[in-house]
Design a protein around this ligand. Structure first.
Ligand SMILES: Cc1cc2nc3c(=O)[nH]c(=O)nc-3n(C[C@H](O)[C@H](O)[C@H](O)COP(=O)(O)O)c2cc1C
Length: 215
């Protein structure tokens, strides 16, 4: 059983999303002995942004690509293979300007690949290749964007993640959002962290039970 764990906060040891994802993966390791973890730090190693060369190479049929095109796609190919090799996916990130950090957007642009993470079948249907992988997004927000709050409608992060990963086959991702994490209200912050920790413990239980039942 392999898990891919991706962090994206540049706050390193001060990051809420990193602390939550680290604890979640540690908990899963205790429940699933032998779990292999492939770790990727997008803040320290952000994927290249889409270039003119990438845009041309990615839509050139694989058999017709030059060596230079293959080289341009190599980083993206590697990231796609790491995702495809994993059974479980955990992505952690801060909310920036109501959406994702740019490193995570560059990651998405690298992993949504025609003929690799999605294919078009003979009937013209788009078929995502990540179907069946248990997927969790852990996000950390300064504000409280839960349903019914004044900022709820500004959450562009949840739908962006849901749509991009849905397109490549992730049908029912789990979301655990730590909010509000701003320091101006320490009690609300502590309660938000506690809520996120409880939700993560529940996801770990659920995943463990499902994986044991399937084994
Ligand atoms: C550049 C920047 C933009 C941010 N934008 C938002 C935002 O749009 N909405 C929000 O609720 N919090 C925003 N925040 C606050 C972070 O989401 C919050 O501090 C979060 O806990 C950071 O996660 P981390 O601790 O894992 O880095 C922003 C923080 C920074 C540095």
């Amino acid at each position: 059983m392999k898990l891919m764990h991706v962090d994206a906060s540049p706050k390193l040891e001060w990051s809420n999303s990193r602390a939550l994802s680290r604890d979640f993966v540690a908990l899963l390791r205790t429940r699933l002995p032998g779990l292999e973890v492939d770790y990727l730090d997008l803040s320290l190693r952000p994927p290249a942004h889409v270039s003119r060369e990438f845009a041309i190479a990615t839509y050139t049929p694989a058999a017709e690509r030059s060596e230079a095109m293959k080289a341009v796609l190599a980083e993206s190919d590697g990231l796609c293979q790491r995702l495809l090799a994993a059974d479980l996916l955990v992505f952690a990130m801060p909310m920036y300007n109501w959406c994702m950090p740019s490193s995570f957007k560059a990651f998405i642009d690298a992993i949504v690949r025609a003929g690799v993470t999605y294919v078009i079948d003979a009937q013209g249907n788009y078929v995502g290749q990540l179907a069946g992988k248990k997927t969790l997004f852990i996000t950390s927000r300064g504000a409280d964007l839960r349903p019914g709050t004044p900022f709820a409608h500004l959450d562009a992060l949840t739908p962006a993640l849901r749509h991009a990963f849905g397109f490549i086959g992730v049908a029912e991702p789990r979301f655990v959002d730590a909010q509000p994490m701003q320091f101006s209200d320490p009690e609300a912050r502590a309660a938000g962290l506690e809520r996120a920790q409880q939700e993560l413990a529940a996801v770990a239980e659920e995943w463990t039970a499902a994986l044991r039942a399937a084994a």
